[in-house]
Design a protein around this ligand. Structure first.
Ligand SMILES: [Mg+2]
Length: 345
């Protein structure tokens, strides 16, 4: 089997941005082979990511066998090293890597979960991310909830945030997990203060309080925060996660498989974290791309609800009664009707 084309497009999704800005510009990568099988993956970077796929990664992959994904990943990393390493070049590689895993599953007629040593069909618990406490007024049956404070996390709003977290716990009751997402907007000092104030509300983790570059800040928090620290959705490659894991800077690691380098990197992150006794809880884990890994590799599975801009991903399993599972369909188990997709690019 040989690769005969590598294509990348950005479909229009509900509430998706009009161009490639921020991490929301998700791209669909399609890899065609000479035996008629097409593999699909999703990466990030919008138009800029598409440009990396079309002008660098496509040339590298044409004529190659898609089978040795690890070698192809290394070649893609090396070919983008001078301008890549983190950010949108790795987001583009992620989409290609996931398409290669789809091809592997389809060629062997098994789902990706089976390639990873797991079984399809296992019922996995989910947690639901919400952007305000009103969304918690009528909760369903998720194992947990995460209050995203990204829009109100500025300095001077500490009391408002603590009040919102207390309200969230009151609304969901004592049993479900409750997490808080600061989206890189707090400081070491404010995180320590808030962690102490919210500890009585049984908070399972504080997510991304600091910039991913502030490793010394995270080292301080690992000693002084009263609540476990989670992070990693804006970190790239397993090599970067090695530092987070070796120094135990996060208790919960949250790689995004569509951004961090794809399944090839997520597998390495799971192995390192499992050895170190740390938890992996992939960003947007209920979306199909990470869900296969959660089903196969996770000793304590918990899948985060997906995002509305991925509505063009057809065949994504639904959450039912707070649970979700992957099917036994080959590859990711998805189908794409490329002709019917409305495109941003
Ligand atoms: Mg987050």
């Amino acid at each position: 089997m040989k690769i005969i084309d590598v294509r990348a497009i950005q479909p229009v999704g509900k509430n998706s941005p009009p161009d490639w800005r921020t991490s929301l510009g998700q791209i669909l990568v399609a890899i065609d082979t000479d035996c008629g099988i097409t593999g699909y993956g999703v990466g990030g970077g919008g138009l800029a990511g598409i440009h990396v796929v079309k002008t660098v990664l496509r040339d590298l992959l044409l004529g190659q066998s898609p089978k040795d994904i690890s070698r192809l990943w290394d070649e893609m990393y090396q070919s983008t090293l001078a301008f890549g390493r983190k950010g949108l070049a790795i987001m583009a590689i992620s989409g290609v890597d996931l398409a290669l895993w789809d091809l592997k599953g389809k060629a062997e007629k098994v789902p990706v979960v089976s390639l990873l040593g797991g079984q399809p069909g296992q019922q996995l618990p989910t947690y639901c991310t919400v952007w305000n406490t009103q969304d918690l007024e009528s909760i369903d049956s998720h194992a947990g909830y995460k209050l995203h404070l990204g829009k109100v996390s500025n300095a001077g709003q500490q009391d408002e945030m603590i009040q919102a977290i207390e309200t969230a716990r009151t609304l969901i009751g004592p049993d479900p997990l409750l997490m808080v997402d600061a989206w890189m907007k707090w400081t070491v000092e404010s995180t320590i203060a808030i962690s102490r104030a919210i500890e009585p509300f049984q908070i399972d983790w504080i997510e991304e309080p600091l910039s991913p570059d502030d490793l010394s800040g995270y080292a301080q928090l690992s000693e002084q925060s009263a609540v476990a620290i989670a992070g990693g959705e804006h970190e790239f490659t397993a090599a970067a996660f090695t530092q987070l894991i070796d120094q135990k800077l996060h208790t919960v690691l949250q790689p995004d498989v569509c951004w961090c380098g794809g399944m090839t990197e997520l597998i390495k992150i799971y192995k390192m974290a499992n050895r170190a006794g740390l938890r992996v809880c992939p960003h947007r884990g209920a979306e199909i791309w990470a869900l296969h890994a959660i089903a196969a590799l996770d000793p304590d599975p918990l899948a985060e609800t997906g995002r509305p801009w991925m509505t063009w991903v057809t065949g994504q399993p639904e959450i039912d009664g707070g649970l979700i599972s992957v099917t036994d369909r080959p590859g990711w188990g998805l189908t794409f009707d490329e002709q019917s997709l409305e495109l941003v690019y």
